[in-house]
Design a protein. Structure first.
Ligand code: COI
Length: 355
């Protein structure tokens, strides 16, 4: 079905940053997509407009009660000039799961994908093509009704903004040092941990800041009840290679179901390596580290793709993993996944979608 999307082009195109100065989420393209929701009209007024500030009432519910969700995905420019997205339908499926958890009305995933493709086409000159770069896409929904009663908003905006990006971490795919957080937790079962909502990220800032002052790049999050079961690393899913098998925490309700996580599992299994999704304690990871059974550990997410873990610090006990070096599996996963994403490798899984 074709949807009506109004397009207003900007007369003031911005200068594009050099590919070695991209950083992550610093520069924004020339246009953005907006779709409004009201109870009487449903989702309406799909439009692409020049990128810029929006006006909201100070009483808008997003500011007070955090009724908001977001997604993250990337567009890539292939060597032969095509543009491709990576598993975008999965992002819009997850967006609607997050919507449901936050009492935000369901959004037509086909409309969202068509809007996204239209926006990428309008701003296609912004897709960088240097190795390790891509166009990061941030779809999000905010509650805009001006009302301070604690109840679901009657008005929303769905928007898409885009940013040309390089590596998420300064370390790139070099291993990072991780602090295992024993006091704060990111999320609990029954809460909003499996929704991609702002509060989960706000909840982690304080511990992340403290870890950063101690010289650690990120936090390893443990479960909220036992402070023992491993959940996520930073804003990524986490994997451990132990005795030739790969283990990752089972999705428990407090862990985000990463699309990169799912892709990594499929890739690893396709190479004949078993992947076991199960509850994993920090105690057993340290034990596997001490006996030499722990071969590699890494985080996975859209932003960083893969981030090897070189060192853990849990209750002041340091555990060095794979001599602090990037492991063979981490490198192969990075090369294979980014190769499929940017079109230098075949896509046997049918993950990429041409724009
Ligand atoms: C990702 O790994 O893609 C994330 O969700 C991180 C993002 C919040 C910057």
């Amino acid at each position: 079905m074709a949807y009506k999307i109004d397009i207003t082009l900007t007369p003031h195109k911005k200068e594009k940053p050099a590919s070695d100065k991209l950083g992550f989420g610093i520069h924004y393209t020339d246009h953005m997509f907006i779709l409004d929701y009201s109870v009487d009209k449903g989702w309406h007024d799909a439009r692409i407009v020049p990128y810029g500030p929006i006006t909201l009432d100070p009483a808008a519910k997003v500011f007070h009660y955090g009724q908001t969700i977001f997604e993250g995905l990337k567009a890539y420019r292939t060597a032969d000039g095509r543009i491709q997205l990576f598993r975008p339908q999965k992002n819009f499926q997850r967006l609607n799961l997050s919507n449901a958890r936050l009492s935000i009305p369901d959004l037509d995933g086909e409309l969202a994908l068509e809007a996204l493709k239209a926006l990428v086409r309008v701003d296609q000159d912004w897709i960088p093509d240097a190795p390790g770069t891509s166009l990061y896409i941030r779809p999000f929904v905010i509650a805009t009704q001006a009302a301070l009663g604690v109840a679901p908003s009657t008005q929303y905006k769905f928007m898409i903004i885009m940013s040309p990006v390089g590596a998420y971490y300064a370390e790139g795919i070099n291993p990072v040092k991780i602090y295992v957080e024993s006091e704060h937790v990111r999320a609990v079962k029954g809460g909003v941990g499996e929704a991609k909502t702002a509060g989960n990220y706000a909840a982690g800032l304080n511990a992340q800041e403290a870890a950063s002052k101690k010289g650690y790049s990120q936090i390893l999050w443990l479960d909220g009840v036992h402070r023992s079961y491993i959940e996520e690393v930073g804003s990524m899913n986490v994997f451990f290679k132990i005795n030739g098998e790969v283990h990752t925490p089972a999705l428990s309700g407090s862990i985000l179901a990463g699309i990169t996580r799912d892709s990594m599992i499929q890739l690893i299994q396709s190479w004949g390596i078993p992947v076991i999704e199960r509850p994993i304690t920090i105690e057993e990871i340290y034990e596997a580290g001490r006996t030499g059974a722990l071969e590699e550990a890494f985080g996975t997410g859209t932003a960083a793709v893969i981030s090897p873990i070189g060192e853990l610090n849990w209750q002041d006990e340091r555990l060095t993993i794979n001599d602090g070096k990037t492991g063979e599996l981490s490198s192969k996963l990075y090369e294979t996944l980014t190769g499929i994403q940017n079109g230098t490798l075949a896509d046997p899984f049918g993950w990429t979608v041409e724009v």
